[in-house]
Design a protein around this ligand. Structure first.
Ligand SMILES: NC(=O)c1ccc[n+]([C@@H]2O[C@H](COP(=O)([O-])OP(=O)(O)OC[C@H]3O[C@@H](n4cnc5c(N)ncnc54)[C@H](OP(=O)(O)O)[C@@H]3O)[C@@H](O)[C@H]2O)c1
Length: 250
């Protein structure tokens, strides 16, 4: 199966690509990012880096024809591009909305109608959002209201596109809490624990969420929205079956 990863350089996107290159059901992985990259390091013995193609985009709202051609015949898209709350201060609000909402919506609208020769199943489009993203635009969330509403608006637009696609596209929204890299420093882990305690968000490790999203991309969606508990449950099961596909540490 051919899987497109939007956000080839993101923390989660990198791990999805790493796992996909060792996965027996994946024949091709296209990573979309701001620059061309090499396959992730630490690939395991079963990995096939030749399955990977990195594609660079200048404008994430207008895909040139040569990029579109690389995205033909896809089975699934896993969209990981977005701005985490900690990075909001480094950009304008308009930019944060563009990256977190408009790029995802442009992706489903662009890739959704592309040719998919020989495919009978709908294109599976997975969009990463967050646990506190609010779809009800009449509500005023307690913490980071504008951000939570903007991410909820993105979820609404993605789900609406799929619902109106005459069965050509299915959408899944991943609503993770705090995503932790189990190999990160003690300092970062402590920071994550504090964020979790303040925001009361759930926790999931990077390999687990990556395994979950890859599993859903390859085998179909359990439902249209996966919350942190669902992501952990499906991800642990998939990891037990297929592993991470990483090299042994020396
Ligand atoms: N980390 C968490 O705890 C957490 C929790 C819940 C939900 N999420 C969401 O899950 C998704 C993946 O999270 P993550 O932590 O793996 O993300 P991340 O590591 O922060 O990566 C963000 C990605 O977005 C890309 N990006 C940022 N600004 C861009 C721009 N102007 N144009 C094009 N691409 C741009 C980055 O590309 P460059 O490398 O080129 O900058 C990178 O690929 C995000 O939507 C995030 O908000 C994260």
């Amino acid at each position: 199966m051919k899987v497109i990863v939007g956000g080839s350089t993101s923390m989660v996107g990198t791990e999805i690509i790493r796992q996909a290159l060792s996965h027996p059901d994946v024949t091709s992985v296209v990573g979309i990012g701001r620059r061309v990259i090499q396959p992730p390091p630490d690939l395991g013995p079963k990995a096939d880096p030749s399955k990977f193609k990195s594609v660079a985009l200048k404008d994430f709202e207008n895909y040139p024809e040569d990029v579109k051609r690389e995205l033909y015949d896809a089975d699934a898209v896993i969209w990981t591009i977005g701005v985490n709350p900690a990075k909001l201060r480094s950009m304008t609000w308009e930019e944060a909305c563009k990256v977190s909402r408009d790029f995802a919506v442009a992706a489903i609208k662009t890739i959704g109608p592309l040719p998919r020769e020989g495919k009978t199943a709908p294109l599976r489009f997975i969009c990463m959002s967050g646990e506190h993203a609010e779809r009800d635009q009449t509500k005023r969330p307690f913490l980071m209201a504008d951000y939570c509403l903007m991410r909820g608006d993105a979820e609404n637009q993605i789900l609406a596109y799929a619902a109106n696609s005459n069965g050509t596209v299915e959408a899944l929204i991943s609503k993770a809490g705090v995503i932790q890299d189990p190999e990160s420093s003690l300092f970062r882990k402590t920071g994550h624990l504090l964020i979790q305690a303040i925001s009361r968000l759930g926790k999931i490790h990077v390999p687990v969420i990556a395994a979950c999203l890859l599993d859903q991309a390859l085998h179909g969606f359990e439902k249209d929205t996966l919350r942190n508990d669902d992501l952990n449950r499906i991800g642990h099961k998939a990891l037990a079956k297929y592993g991470r596909g990483v090299a042994e540490k020396k």
